[in-house]
Design a protein around this ligand. Structure first.
Ligand code: ATP
Ligand code: MG
Length: 436
């Protein structure tokens, strides 16, 4: 993307309603624009980062054996009347009437719909286990939408739904998602800690929230420090085998949100091993048994010919919230510091003197070699503007090309996260930028 032609509307003035760093930075860097309270348009830079996050979520869901579908945003109220949640859900649900006066709604979640779809096909025990997920916009008419994309009204969620023959099999499905979640967040450069959670309105008997630590988090959390030191990506998960050792480790150490906090258990931990912090919920998984399958009339024939009501779980990730969470965990005074895996572009090429033969030639050569994963600042602006904008948008690498260096084929490479700088030739610059 050439900045001289890009739609990248950076803001000088920070809107007063932006209270936390991620919200301010997303607005300042031109990633999002609010169109109504809690509803945002995603601009080119924001959308690139959102797609990167979405793709990591997708890859880890697929690796764990879940299959992607896409259900509609608009649902019929009839489905929700069947489960009994139409009345329970209250004012968070956006209710709509179509031209025939039929009651519809903008989906806040999809347990009813996916169960109804699955019911249309699943006939016998051989149709289970299955796990179906989608990545789709949800609407919840939150009382207080705030913190930008962290608590919006319209937001992008990954939600998966597992169907199993019995509770034991359902726990295996739950563990697969548990491990997939650990990997998903780790790949984004986040430390996400699973914490035993209340099951709330979805109901059921087993649930974990995945919480990343950040000063501006909405919840107070307490955990054992071992959980911060563990590297989940060091092991390849065996989804066909037992995931117990990993799950057991994560559930053997203390980790709780405010609501589930147990003072006695906490006080038993040596003070040097206690970590208390603020957290942001980025995912939530539930096992709720036959709550929806029974209500929606899902039944299959078991191996013994008897009818079985499948055991279900549901598994959510706040895809759009993650953008805010990642920025909360990775920024400084100057702007965003994207982890490599989710950066909207890996590199910013700063041509300090557009129109100069040598800076133009070297910049173009690097830009071509980076094949689309770079922004090229070819604007006729002062160097200071370019430095500030690149720091603000937070690309992991800055390739600074000025006339003196360029005459000798030299690029100054800056690593945004650490501030380290080196002067290198083109080949070496490429080598460093492309390194995994
Ligand atoms: P919260 O307690 O934050 O309201 P929730 O329990 O309502 O979350 P779930 O129904 O489990 O959330 O949804 C799955 C995930 O979707 C959450 O873990 C969160 O990351 C995300 N999410 C929920 N509500 C919002 C929202 N209003 N804006 C952005 N993301 C959200
Ligand atoms: Mg909520």
């Amino acid at each position: 993307m050439r900045l001289s032609r890009a739609f990248l509307p950076t803001l000088k003035e920070i809107p007063a309603e932006a209270a936390i760093a991620s919200h301010k930075l997303m607005l300042r860097a031109g990633m999002i624009r609010q169109t109504s309270a809690g509803i945002y348009a995603w601009l080119p830079l924001g959308l690139r980062a959102l797609k990167k996050v979405e793709q990591i979520v997708r890859e880890e869901q697929d690796a764990a054996g879940a299959q992607e579908i896409l259900m509609p945003t608009i649902q019929s109220a009839d489905l929700w009347k069947q489960s009994g949640r139409y009345d329970d859900y209250g004012k968070e649900m956006l209710r709509i009437r179509d031209r025939h006066e039929r009651e519809m709604l903008f989906g806040p979640t999809n347990e009813e719909m996916v169960t109804d779809i699955f019911k249309g096909y699943a006939k016998s025990y051989r149709d289970l286990p299955r796990n179906l997920y989608h990545i789709q916009w949800k609407f919840r008419d939150e009382v207080r939408p705030r913190f930008g994309v962290m608590r919006g009204r319209e937001f992008l969620m990954k939600d998966a739904y597992s169907f199993d023959l019995d509770a034991e099999a359902a726990r295996i499905s739950y563990k697969k998602m548990f491990v997939a979640y650990l990997r998903t967040f780790a790949r984004m450069g986040l430390k996400a800690i699973p914490m035993r959670a209340d099951t709330g309105p979805i109901g059921g008997d087993l649930s974990h929230e995945f919480i990343i630590l950040a000063e501006t988090g909405e919840s107070q959390v307490y955990l054992h420090k071992d959980l911060l030191d563990f590297d989940v990506l060091a092991q390849k998960p065996d989804y066909e085998g037992s995931l117990d050792p990993t799950v057991d480790f994560w559930t053997s150490r203390y980790a709780a949100t405010d609501e589930m906090h147990d003072e006695a258990a906490w006080n038993a931990i040596p003070a040097a091993e206690q970590v208390s912090a603020r957290g942001i919920e980025v995912g939530h998984i539930f096992f709720f048994g036959t709550k929806y399958s029974a209500a929606m009339g899902l039944s299959v024939t078991g191996a013994d010919g008897q009818p079985v009501t499948p055991q279900m779980g549901s598994y959510g990730i706040g895809v759009s919230r993650l953008l805010g969470a990642i920025i909360e965990a990775n920024h400084d005074e100057a702007g965003i510091k994207w982890p490599d895996a989710v950066a909207p572009f890996r590199t910013a090429i700063l041509n300090l003197k557009p129109g100069d033969l040598s800076t133009d030639a070297l910049s173009e050569k690097l830009y071509a070699a980076l094949a689309g994963d770079a922004v090229y600042d070819d604007r006729p602006d002062r160097a200071g503007v370019k430095f500030n904008d690149a720091d603000l948008a937070g690309y992991p690498w800055q390739a600074i090309i000025g006339p003196r260096g360029a005459a000798n084929g030299i690029i100054e490479l800056k690593r945004r996260a650490t501030g380290e700088r080196v002067e290198v030739a083109l080949e070496e610059a490429l080598h460093r930028i492309m390194a995994p």
